[in-house]
Design a protein around this ligand. Structure first.
Ligand code: PHE
Length: 447
């Protein structure tokens, strides 16, 4: 994929390159940090079952639709959607770009926590068997505004550096090796945590479904998480799709992306929640879950510090590949619509994001009094992006691909294998009726 100052001529080197880049956008803090604590706070299976249903019905088809619209329109999210759907859809693209930008303001804060834990693990300062000490460690980090801003700054700078230099050579290669390592490490940690007494209770919590725990809010959260974890509704797949060569099979690639990202989330759940039960912690403990449980799981293992360091390096890579995709959407827009050069566009984002992400970072300490609807700025931004803007973005794409531009969508869906469940009829039904209906019903009932 070329990364210079044009968008229209950029093409992925291969189908695998596209799948890896999209999967590495999808697999990030959403799967590993957010999924376990959201499953924990939303009743386990009551959250997971709707999440899986959303992913394998509307999620996959929306990934296909975004890629298709991107490839047909060739350009930034604004440019591509305007070209395929007219000026109104250009505005939809603009909202998607804004959404990606807002996500970056809070995503970078958690990215900063990863950097901090990575640094601590390098000096052997993370692994510990005492949940109290570990939650104090986490709270000390989160409540110290200056330290938070500092680590966020490092993370944001790394993200901008990658985008400024070009995504192709750096991040794609790193992701190719470190993503598999992340999976291997997670499986290793899962085996270890399932051996701990009491951990099976966690498996029951995760996988035994109980209707009573399902509410409008859990379903809205599950839908929001589906969009978040598949990087939908924020222009990512439109932008990445626009770099696709004309003969890459979109349906097949999209299934891979969805499959990999769901696996990562489920594995992360199985890695964290059983350990939470084994250590007698509260699964609803919230944002600190991954940071508090992982160091405990490694305790009493040979090479504990090395394993912890490897885990946080992988988490950092998972996070930064997603941040890069978010920033790429904004930078592609600035290049395409404002005629900026890649480096200047990235620098502009770096400065403005630093200011806004600092405000997010302080929402855990000096700005914790700022509340919207009972939520901190951080939670509120995530709520609006994941549960409202991303589904609305998805809804607009569904209306475009399923109705206004169905011939374009159909043409882009070449190479559907005859025995695939994703027949053209199914895709049409899902994108034109099921996806809009589900999104509307869930949004209305959830809000
Ligand atoms: N899917 C990413 C994750 O799970 C987050 C993300 C959301 C990335 C939206 C791009 C767009 O961490």
């Amino acid at each position: 994929m070329a990364s210079e100052n044009t968008i229209a001529d950029t093409v992925w080197s291969s189908r695998l390159g596209f799948i890896l880049a999209s999967a590495s956008s999808a697999i990030g803090l959403g799967a590993i940090w957010k999924f376990p604590f959201w499953a924990g706070t939303n009743g386990g299976a009551a959250f997971i079952v709707p999440f899986l249903i959303f992913t394998f019905t509307i999620g996959i088809v929306l990934v296909m639709a975004e890629c298709a619209m991107g490839r047909a329109g060739r350009g930034s999210a604004v440019h591509a959607l305007k070209r395929v759907g007219g000026p109104v859809f250009g505005i939809v693209g603009g909202i998607a770009v804004l959404n990606a930008y807002i996500i970056l303001t809070y995503y970078s804060v958690i990215g900063g926590w990863c950097v901090s834990y990575m640094a601590d693990s390098f000096i052997g300062n993370v692994v510990n068997g005492d949940p109290k000490i570990l939650s104090n460690h986490f709270n000390a980090l989160v409540s110290n505004g200056t330290v938070n801003v500092f680590f966020m700054f490092l993370y944001l700078t790394a993200t901008c550096a990658v985008v400024a230099l070009g995504v192709e050579k750096g991040i794609e290669k790193v992701a190719k090796y470190l993503m598999p390592l992340l999976f291997v490490l997670m499986i290793f940690i899962i085996i270890r945590s399932l051996m701990m007494p009491g951990s099976w209770e966690g498996m029951q919590f995760l996988f035994s479904f109980n209707w009573e725990q399902v509410s409008g809010a859990t379903i809205l959260n599950a839908m929001g998480f589906t969009f978040f974890s598949l990087s939908l509704g924020a222009g990512i797949m439109v932008t990445y799709g626009s770099y696709l060569s004309s003969h890459t099979d979109i349906p097949g690639s999209s299934v891979w992306v969805a499959f990999l990202s769901t696996q990562a989330a489920l594995l992360a759940g199985v890695m964290i929640i059983p350990a939470v039960f084994a250590f007698g912690m509260d699964p609803a403990a919230g944002t600190g879950l991954v940071f508090i449980t992982i160091p405990m799981i490694f305790e009493h293992m040979p090479l504990a510090d090395v394993l912890a360091a490897a885990f946080y390096v992988c988490l950092f890579i998972a996070a930064i590949t997603s941040s890069v995709s978010l920033l790429e959407v904004v930078v592609a827009y600035l290049i395409n619509e404002w005629g900026m050069r890649r480096r200047s566009a990235t620098a502009l984002c770096w400065i403005t994001l630093f200011i806004l992400a600092s405000i997010q970072a302080l929402s855990f300490s000096s700005l914790s009094w700022v509340e919207f609807n009972g939520m901190s700025l951080f939670d509120f931004s995530d709520y609006v992006c994941s549960n409202i803007l991303m589904p609305l973005g998805g809804l607009s794409i569904a209306l475009l691909a399923g109705w206004k531009a169905w011939p374009v969508m159909k043409e882009q869906m070449l190479a559907i294998r005859p025995h695939s469940v994703f027949t053209i009829g199914w895709i049409r039904l899902t994108i034109s009726v099921l996806a809009p209906a589900l999104v509307i019903v869930v949004l209305i009932s959830g809000i």
